[in-house]
Ligand binder design. Structure first.
Ligand code: DGP
Length: 114
């Protein structure tokens, strides 16, 4: 599995605007923000895609969702609402091969997505 830019962000070799970090996860602002709040929540350990996650990753994936909730509260979008989404594979629009949830908010978000 080739390493991505996200592993370098985890090791703090390249800068990111980090909003939350713990032993197993990190959350930082997306470089290409699609909403007033757009944060990525990632595991520090690389899993390249949801398609390759296993039952052993279930606790970690659940943890990332709770981190997404923390991020929403930290950035004060928890009352207006937000979206937590993970892109998977080509048609899902995934461009970085290190699993991540997008936390989007700060404006009304259209549904269905494009
Ligand atoms: P996805 O397309 O779902 O794989 O989302 C990848 C996101 O990662 C995309 O919204 C842009 C963001 N991104 C890519 N490279 C960097 C980077 O070096 N730093 C930050 N902060 N975000 C990045």
């Amino acid at each position: 599995m080739p390493e991505t830019i996200f592993s370098r962000i985890v090791r703090k070799e390249i800068p990111a605007k980090i909003v939350y970090e713990d032993d197993v996860s990190m959350a930082f602002h997306d470089l290409n923000a699609q909403a007033p709040v757009h944060v990525l929540v990632i595991p520090k350990r690389q899993i390249d895609s949801l398609e390759h996650a296993t039952e052993e990753d279930a606790n970690l994936l659940g943890h990332l969702q709770i981190v997404a909730q923390k991020v929403a509260r930290l950035l004060n979008i928890h009352e207006t609402g937000y979206r937590v989404v993970m892109n998977c594979g080509r048609d899902g629009g995934q461009s970085v091969g290190h699993i991540h949830y997008h936390v989007l908010g700060g404006r009304p978000l259209a549904w269905p997505p494009g």
